[in-house]
Design a protein around this ligand. Structure first.
Ligand code: 5AD
Ligand code: SF4
Length: 476
């Protein structure tokens, strides 16, 4: 997997994020440690779990050994991602035993997509687990944690798909930790790509009502967010109920969000190429807050493989979609996801993938070896690609991706880009910002504030980041 710095995504196999919260109940301080694996939706869910537990008085633990409650918010997208959870649970078991020897109790909860897919197996394989909660049930965490605390250690599994969506039970969003925030607007998927577990772990496609989304966005902006990334497994299939009783599309929602004072930047991810409608293309043309950077997974450059994958588009249709978007916004940059070694993929199919990547010129891309997921159609296909061929194809593809990414970054040198100042850098007076294309930009400019957007002239680039200076300094 290539994982460019400056990218929001932290995929399985990539970085993990930790968030922590603390609590006092009957005068007793309780602490929680949350470890997040996988995609941005899991990052969002972990934040919301913290929001739910905060009223119970939970406070943050920096390390699992200091926590009364440990939550592993898991990802099931590829085998490696799931296996990581079991090795982490081995560590939790030792910590839990060490605590028990000191007469203290530690509740271990597994949430997220592994919880949904392997609930009973988790309980069986990892006896230290008290609580298994699927992604559609985490709004019940306070009640389930209380139950686990009362119980003598009998495992609780909660993986039903509830009739009422969890979003209706979530509290108001707390202030975001930085100037950028995630907001889940859609969840689940009805597309059933041959290789993917999401329709099974996250369930059927669901869009949150537009007013609920707007209220949460307002809350995030009030808390300091300047950039919001709208999330969904199939985000551009968004069809939420509008306040006028009509169904709103993603384009409509974006236009309405753009009216929020203080919200400077809007992004959305992940999109399906099939669902890029004219209204969304028009939003790219007309809404300046909508950033000119789009993650549009193509998965393969072979029409034959795309058909086997059940992706429901051809490479010509993908090219046409890219053209429509680029003609609406000429400075649009694209990123994508690619899978090599899907069952039945031949050398010539892989060469078609290299050709398509070469032609589209992605600013960045994530590439993965096909990983069989139990219960998905591709996992039981008899024409699996040998591991060796998968590894060779991945290496060749990543070489091309890295070259393209470096070329894209180098093409930014000399340009003036609006940069959102996100956090202080490692050195005195250094700021790390974010370009419209999600690149990290390092700037030395002591008098600028976090959250401000300023024009920066790019003076240097690497494969993973840019650096530059405030543009006024270059004024002739
Ligand atoms: N094997 C490898 N990669 C996968 N992805 C999804 N399922 C699999 C799998 N079984 C990749 C796709 C998707 C991204 C989130 O993960 O490229 O877009
Ligand atoms: Fe998975 Fe995306 Fe396909 Fe849905 S559209 S099944 S989330 S890869």
């Amino acid at each position: 997997m290539s994982s460019p710095a400056g990218c929001l995504r932290s995929r399985s196999g990539g970085a993990m994020t930790r968030s922590t919260i603390t609590s006092t109940e009957n005068g007793v301080t309780r602490r929680v440690y949350v470890k997040t694996y996988g995609c941005q939706m899991n990052v969002y869910d972990s934040v919301r779990m913290a929001d739910l537990l905060a009223p119970l008085g939970f406070s943050k633990a920096e390390r699992p050994q200091d926590a009364d409650l440990v939550i592993l918010n898991t990802c099931h997208i590829r085998e490696k991602a799931s296996e990581k959870v079991y090795s982490e649970l081995g560590l939790m078991r030792r910590l839990k035993m060490a605590k028990a020897e000191r007469g203290a109790r530690m509740i271990v909860a597994v949430t997220g997509c592994v919880a949904q897919a392997e609930g009973a197996e988790i309980m069986h394989r990892a006896r230290c687990v008290d609580l298994v909660v699927g992604p559609q049930n985490y709004h019940r965490l306070p009640e389930l944690v209380a139950k686990a605390l009362r119980s003598g250690g009998d495992g609780i599994i909660e993986t039903n798909f509830p009739a009422v969506p969890k979003f209706d039970f979530l509290p108001e969003a707390a202030a975001p930790e930085g100037v950028t925030a995630f907001l889940t607007i859609q969840e689940g998927c009805d597309k059933f790509c041959s290789f993917c577990v999401v329709p099974y772990t996250r369930g059927a496609e669901y869009s949150r009502p537009a007013m609920q989304v707007l209220a949460e966005a307002r809350q995030l902006v009030r808390g300091g967010a300047r950039e919001i990334t709208l999330l969904g497994q199939n985000v551009n299939a968004y069809h939420g109920k509008g306040p006028d009783g009509r169904v709103w599309t993603l384009g409509e929602l974006i236009r309405r969000l753009a009216e929020l004072p203080g919200l400077a930047r809007i992004r959305y991810t992940t999109s399906h190429p099939r669902d890029v409608d004219d209204d969304l293309v028009a939003a790219h043309r007309e809404v300046p807050q909508l950033m000119p950077f789009l993650h549009l997974p193509v998965q393969s450059g072979s029409d034959r493989v795309l058909a086997v994958m059940n992706r429901r588009y051809t490479t010509s249709e993908y090219r046409r979609t890219v053209e429509r978007l680029r003609s609406a916004r000429s400075d649009l940059a694209l990123s994508t996801d690619l899978i090599v070694g899907h069952p039945g993929e031949k050398e010539e199919d892989f060469r078609d993938t290299l050709d398509l990547v070469g032609e589209i010129k992605f600013a960045q891309a994530f590439s993965f070896k096909y990983s069989p997921r139990p219960g998905t159609p591709a996992a039981s296909a008899t024409n699996q690609v040998p591991e060796q061929a998968k590894s060779e194809r991945l290496a060749a593809l990543q070489t091309l991706i890295v070259t393209q990414q470096r070329e894209f970054n180098l093409s930014c040198i000399g340009r003036v880009l609006p940069v959102l100042f996100a956090k202080a850098g490692k050195h005195e007076g250094q700021i790390v910002g974010r370009s419209p294309y999600l690149q990290s930009v390092h700037i030395t400019a002591a008098r600028y504030r976090i959250g401000e957007i300023a024009p920066v002239r790019i003076t240097a680039a690497s494969t993973t980041s840019l650096s530059g200076a405030i543009a006024e300094a270059f004024a002739i």
